[in-house]
Design a protein around this ligand. Structure first.
Ligand code: HEC
Ligand code: HEC
Length: 388
């Protein structure tokens, strides 16, 4: 009797979940449709991404966090946290920019804790904060061909709409050739492997094949040595034959975009306004991946709401980086917007409304049109953005 009851219950649950269609995708999960081998690489990568590193693993001497997930964690591993990190340098009277002591990143923490703390040099007169960017769907962004991004650039504003857009050309250390940058606030890296190497050394002080030298701005070579930097490569292959940077690449490559929120009449009206007032000139609703042997990356529309180009929207932080000028930033992708706070590169906007109001210069026309919307129209636009 009891057993029959259990069977009946199981059957009922099966019909229920069947009638409701496929289960909702969990934020932070892998791209649907990947092969079992890829799912395993994703899982191993996620484990390494979350691993807390210590001084024995090479953490430091200067660092900003002790695991990738210490800054990429909400609403699921791969997202963001509320931290910001510090970049600094010097703007000279003639307008040129000087990197102080070989770089612009100034670390928050040190190993040993009180012995090797980085100081922002006295000569610095530009200090900027940068919020983390989310990694959901990063593998799809990586699969967008260079020429698709480059084809939208209009550096001389030939169509006279005020919106320019410049390609970020960077040397990709992973593929050892020039590529179109697309990751980071300044579109400073083109591939996930190169970003992984950059983040491992710059956020955590763990040297690797792509970035073999410890970075600790403000410390001399002698101080670096005294603080435990040996000059050796700290990121080694593990029992799977993979380096840490390979694991991070695998996790980010197969990490699914966040599922989109519900669409209703208000969000649809908002989407039409987003187009008509000119937001989509930069926040391009989708770009398409190139041909690939892997079906999950093969000619897929990527609804990222960005052109991945550099623009001056009047919020620049004064720090030149890779191919980006001091006041240029990559159009922030807007997918997943409802799942992150704070907003903008400096983490200084607490609401979507405030982020839009801060747009100027190349985005000045769109911002003016936003300000002249009726209250209802503004609410629809924000409802649309909150559905991404
Ligand atoms: C201390 C905080 C912190 C840690 C630790 C950290 N990140 Fe980040 N991450 C950031 C910030 C801040 C940005 C934006 C940086 C910028 O563009 O200036 C970022 C951006 C990124 C991006 C660019 C995504 C995009 O589309 O713009 C990637 C990829 C990335 N991180 C990977 C990693 C990996 C892999 C690790 C571990 C090795 C890691 N991060 C560790 C703070 C962190
Ligand atoms: C000229 C290109 C351009 C136009 C036009 C433009 N944006 Fe942006 N947008 C950007 C850039 C670049 C950033 C990053 C700015 C920063 O972080 O300081 C950004 C950031 C944002 C953000 C914050 C995203 C985040 O992750 O923090 C939102 C929201 C946003 N834009 C919405 C809009 C809306 C709505 C419109 C139309 C009214 C618009 N944008 C028009 C280029 C543009």
């Amino acid at each position: 009797m009891f057993r029959n009851g259990m069977f009946a219950l199981a059957a009922l649950l099966a019909t229920l979940s069947f009638s409701q269609g496929p289960p909702a995708r969990r934020p932070g999960g892998p791209l649907p449709g990947i092969m079992p081998r890829e799912a395993e690489l994703f899982r191993l990568g996620q484990e390494d991404f979350m691993e807390v590193e210590t001084e024995e693993d090479g953490l430091g001497p200067a660092f900003n966090g002790n695991s990738c997930s210490s800054c990429h964690a909400a609403p699921a591993v791969g997202g963001v946290t509320a931290m910001t990190e510090i970049r600094a340098g010097r703007r000279e009277d003639n307008g040129s920019f000087t990197e102080l002591r070989g770089g612009t990143l100034f670390h928050l923490f040190s190993n040993p804790e009180h012995g090797c703390q980085v100081e922002i040099p006295r000569e610095a007169n530009v200090i900027a904060r940068r919020a983390p960017t989310p990694l959901f769907g990063a593998g799809l962004i990586e699969a967008i061909p260079d020429d698709i991004i480059a084809s939208r650039a209009d550096p001389n504003d030939t169509n006279r709409d005020g919106v320019r857009g410049r390609v970020s050309r960077v040397f990709d250390l992973a593929g050892k050739r020039e590529r179109v940058g697309r990751f980071g606030w300044k579109a400073q890296q083109a591939t996930l492997l190169a970003f992984a190497g950059d983040a491992y050394v710059n956020e955590m002080g763990i040297t690797n094949d792509l970035f073999p030298a410890d970075s600790a701005r403000g410390l001399t070579a002698a101080q670096l040595a005294a603080c435990g930097s040996t000059g050796a490569i700290e990121d080694k292959k593990d029992e799977h034959g993979l380096r840490g940077i390979d694991h991070f690449e695998n996790f980010m490559k197969f990490l699914a975009p966040l599922p989109r929120g519900p669409v209703d009449q208000a969000t649809q009206r908002g989407e039409a306004l987003f187009e008509s007032i000119g937001c989509s000139a930069c926040h391009v609703p989708f770009l398409t991946t190139g041909p690939s042997n892997n079906p999950v990356f093969d000619r897929k529309p990527v609804p990222l709401y960005s052109d991945l180009l550099l623009h001056d929207v009047g919020t620049g932080d004064g720090i030149p980086q890779a191919s980006a000028g001091p006041n240029e930033l990559r159009t922030a992708p807007l997918w997943g917007l409802r799942s992150r706070k704070p907003l903008m590169h400096d983490g200084m906007s607490s609401t979507i409304d405030d982020a839009i109001r801060r747009h100027r210069r190349e985005a000045g026309n769109a911002q003016q049109r936003y300000l002249s919307l009726s209250d209802d129209e503004r609410n629809w636009l924000i409802a649309f953005l909150n559905s991404l």
